[in-house]
Design a protein. Structure first.
Lengths: 231, 384
């Protein structure tokens, strides 16, 4: 593991509420967190503990209400929506369901990410997408429609999609939730090895106990607060 | 940002049945618009078939003239007065009358429009006039309009077979020596062109020198619009001098006022437009709604709202193109079918083609933009 001193994520006293007035409910209570370059961090905790909310804040998908949060050197508190869109282009996303575009082939789904990178030519994009699919073991299925792939294969396409543009940070939300034990294991192993190769740090929300061992560090959340870090 | 992946097309063509339904909707709309505009234009231009074939620079009509079917006669002496003008090369009188035609096969009677015109001079550029100059000098000869509505008998077929059939017009035996093309129109089922002398033989009650139109050809270099006021002044208030364009638009104006054609066909065109608009809107709206999770995912991954708008507008563009092209082909087939059945001058004109293409693009783009409003409900935060 190559750790760098630079902080990829640095949050202080993040609080967050849902709803308005009487119905206002606090979800996050002064959360602090820091993730270094190259680190693989798992965020666990029971459902409703606020971990997904924290992830959407880091991804710039919700507006910061209180506290400070820097992601990839950008202060998210008070950032404009176009800045947040810019930020998200530097992040690789893996979702609970694969969220692939059903009318595209595996290769087209991966290639699609280069639409956000106009400096990469169509030929180069296609080549890099093909290579990435080969690395997740789907080189022979690259032209298959998404509907003809198994759940595990789809999640591997999603990993290829998240990593093909060499993102500076990978955010994953329960990537094994829809998979059986064996495929889940394969998927996280693959994610880990590819991310380590590229030096991309990972923040993964999961409550799948079977995959906790891939982490460099595990953060436990309970009732909107982060507990003592366990190593 | 140039699209390397044709996302619009891939998303649109993913569900073939829906794609074909959408294309069919745009097609129906395009065909309807073509038909409505084409028929309207054909009806109006059928009223000026004769006008369009005149080679005169200026036309003299009675001051109360309304339409070629409602002309008022005036004295040819007024017209001949212009021969003295330095701007005038020549003047030609035209006689117009309506009478009975007896179908040579069935004996049935039909009303026919007769033009008595001096064909020795270059006055009319209608088919056949030039070839039959000599023949029209003979007694009781005429040219028959082969674009006439059915019911006049098989005169054109006889002529095509090299015969010169005799027909009873206004109880006088006349000989058809050739065909011309003027076409049927409001209140006119068919036309006959004959000489001035033959016209006066046919209409014994009409007096020589009492004419319906006066055609003026100007000397070289004389501008019709410039010369007109001087000629008008020379002729006085009993008649009016018109340019060919004025003469033509007077006729179209008359039929626009006399008939509700303009309103009916314009309304039909608007209905066609809205059919397409609603079909495309429905299809794109369901498409956007069905793909909201994917759009939300793309937003979460950093795709801008503008990119997604382009994806939907791209679909609009494809629907416009894929509906317009076959729609125009179908309209062309319908045009030729209707043309054969009604002799109406239906043409796929370039100008109207361009206007309809723009209308189709506009229609699809508007529906797309309306459907896109749904995109704002794709909250990327919901994808986690």
């Amino acid at each position: 593991m190559i750790l760098t001193d630079e902080l990829v994520i640095s949050g202080q006293e993040i609080s967050f509420w849902f709803g308005e007035g009487e119905l206002r409910k606090q979800i996050l209570f002064e959360v602090d967190l820091q993730i270094q370059g190259g680190e693989i961090v798992l965020l666990t905790g029971p459902s409703g503990s606020g971990k997904t909310t924290l992830l959407t804040l880091i991804a710039g998908l919700r507006t910061m209400q209180s506290g400070s949060l820097r992601v990839l050197g950008m202060q998210l508190s008070g950032a404009s929506s176009s800045l947040l869109t810019q930020l998200r282009r530097r992040i690789g996303f893996i979702f609970q369901a694969h969220n692939l575009l059903p009318y595209l082939s595996a290769l087209q789904n991966v290639q699609l990410m280069f639409e956000l990178h106009p400096d990469v030519s169509a030929v180069e994009g296609r080549q890099r997408a093909t290579e990435m699919l080969e690395r997740v073991g789907l080189g022979h299925r690259k032209d298959y429609a998404v509907s003809r792939l198994s759940g595990g294969q789809r999640q591997r396409v999603a990993i290829a999609r998240a990593l093909v543009t060499k993102p500076e940070l990978v955010l994953a939300d329960e990537p094994t939730a829809a998979l059986d034990g064996t495929s889940g294991r394969e998927v996280v192993n693959l994610l880990r090895s590819l991310a380590v190769d590229q030096g991309s740090p990972i923040l993964m929300v999961t409550h799948d106990a079977r995959v906790l061992d891939i982490a460099d560090r595990i953060m436990e959340m309970q009732d909107g607060r982060v507990g003592a870090p366990t190593h | 940002m140039s699209q390397k992946i044709r996302l619009s097309w891939l998303q649109l063509s993913h569900e073939k049945a829906k794609l074909f339904a959408a294309i069919a909707g745009v097609m129906v709309s395009v065909v309807l618009m073509w038909m409505q505009l084409g028929l309207m234009n054909a009806l109006f231009s059928s009223a000026v078939m004769f006008h369009d074939r005149l080679s005169a620079d200026l036309v003299v009509v009675h001051s109360q003239y309304e339409s070629i079917l409602r002309s008022r006669s005036f004295s040819a002496r007024l017209l001949y007065r212009l021969r003295g003008s330095e701007f005038v090369e020549d003047v030609v009188p035209v006689y117009i009358g309506t009478t009975d035609w007896k179908n040579p096969s069935t004996g049935g009677r039909k009303s026919i429009q007769v033009y008595g015109i001096e064909t020795q001079k270059l006055t009319l550029s209608a088919l056949g006039v030039n070839e039959h100059r000599q023949g029209l000098r003979e007694e009781d000869t005429f040219l028959f309009d082969r674009l006439a509505r059915p019911g006049f008998g098989e005169v054109p077929q006889f002529i095509a077979d090299g015969q010169e059939p005799e027909v009873e017009i206004n109880r006088r035996r006349m000989r058809a020596i050739g065909v011309t093309e003027l076409g049927s129109s409001f209140g006119v089922d068919g036309n006959v062109i004959t000489s001035e002398a033959n016209f006066l033989r046919l209409f014994s009650q009409r007096r020589s020198g009492v004419i319906d139109l006066g055609l003026i050809s100007l000397s070289e270099g004389a501008e019709p619009a410039v010369v007109r006021p001087q000629l008008q002044a020379a002729l006085g208030k009993e008649v009016q001098v018109l340019t060919r364009e004025e003469f033509r638009s007077l006729e179209i104006d008359y039929w626009q006022k006399a008939t509700p054609i303009g309103v009916i066909f314009s309304a039909g065109t608007v209905v066609g437009f809205f059919i397409g608009f609603i079909v495309v809107y429905q299809i794109l709206y369901t498409d956007v709604t069905n793909h909201l999770p994917q759009f939300a995912t793309m937003k979460a991954m950093g795709f801008s709202g503008r990119y997604l708008v382009r994806v939907v507008l791209g679909q609009s563009f494809w629907l416009a193109v894929l509906g317009y092209v076959p729609g125009t082909i179908v309209a062309g087939l319908l045009y030729s079918g209707l043309k054969a059945a009604t002799q109406l001058p239906l043409e796929l004109s370039l100008l109207r083609g361009v206007a309809l293409a723009l209308a189709t693009l506009f229609m699809c783009a508007m529906s797309g933009l309306l459907a896109i409003r749904k995109l704002s409900s794709a909250d990327p935060a919901d994808v986690f």
